[in-house]
Design a protein around this ligand. Structure first.
Ligand SMILES: Cc1cc2nc3c(=O)[nH]c(=O)nc-3n(C[C@H](O)[C@H](O)[C@H](O)COP(=O)(O)OP(=O)(O)OC[C@H]3O[C@@H](n4cnc5c(N)ncnc54)[C@H](O)[C@@H]3O)c2cc1C
Length: 214
């Protein structure tokens, strides 16, 4: 994402989106990595306006066509909302910070955490006392096993790319390398095959096995 001044060559780690809502309106916004120095020091409204003002006029993304106000929120990622279980409470999805820190995707992980939580709740329902409690306490353990190591690597990754020097080097030397980019895409999108994959899949699997879980 470029800064609002096109003459300023600095890059911001983040992305913008335009999602059609299916009723003729769009959800339009931008996000910036919280590990970036620009986070909290950027006029997001001005940045959004300058970006949209730069889109073709016929797209219609101008103040006069806005149907809602501009709002902001953080994407809770990399398990930054814990503990996932306390008596009477299981945190799933965004409530449990389950957004993937590599790419900001949260839908699949919200569903995965809900499935794990539901499994633990069913187990607890079939038991009583300490045994039921143990089934529920298994939820954070299962979450950690499912995603803890991968998210720890993701949190490190987002910290690294929040550094403009590292981001600049990655863009300059990494982007043109197809094999490296294929590897990075598998890692970022959680598309590696931990069982029967290619060499790159096996390298990522080894990375997640060697990294302590969150
Ligand atoms: C702009 C944007 C773009 C995104 N793009 C993507 C993407 O492309 N791919 C992707 O995978 N993820 C994306 N995400 C992240 C993804 O949307 C979330 O991670 C995911 O929806 C989390 O699911 P959830 O069920 O945990 O929470 P939510 O989808 O937020 O669901 C929570 C629900 O609870 C309701 N609620 C809240 N409080 C109460 C209450 N007190 N009583 C009753 N109901 C209540 C809310 O209205 C909401 O319907 C995006 C997020 C944003 C903000």
């Amino acid at each position: 994402m470029g800064r609002s001044d096109p003459a300023d060559p600095k890059l911001l780690p983040g992305y913008g989106w335009i999602f059609g809502m299916g009723d003729g309106t769009s959800n339009v916004g931008l996000g910036i990595l919280s590990t970036s120095k620009a986070y909290g020091n950027t006029d997001y409204r001005a940045l959004l306006k300058s970006w949209l003002d730069g889109t073709p006029a016929e797209w219609g993304y101008r103040d006069e066509n806005a149907v809602g106000t501009v709002g902001g929120a953080a994407l809770p990622m990399g398990f930054n909302r814990t503990p996932h279980y306390r008596p009477g409470l299981l945190l799933v999805g965004d409530a449990g910070g389950t957004v993937n820190p590599f790419n900001g995707e949260g839908i699949a992980y919200a569903m995965e955490s809900a499935a794990i939580a539901a499994h633990c709740a069913v187990q607890a329902h079939a038991r009583s006392g300490a045994s039921a409690e143990a089934a529920l306490a298994g939820y954070p353990v299962a979450m950690s096993e499912a995603l803890g190591s991968y998210y720890r690597i993701g949190n490190l990754f987002s910290k690294l790319i929040g550094n403009p020097t590292i981001m600049g080097m990655a863009t300059k030397y990494g982007l043109p390398r197809t094999t490296l980019m294929r590897f990075i895409l598998k890692l970022l999108a959680n598309l590696y095959d931990p069982k029967d994959g290619a060499v790159s899949d096996r390298v990522i699997t080894a990375m997640t096995r060697l990294t302590p879980s969150l």
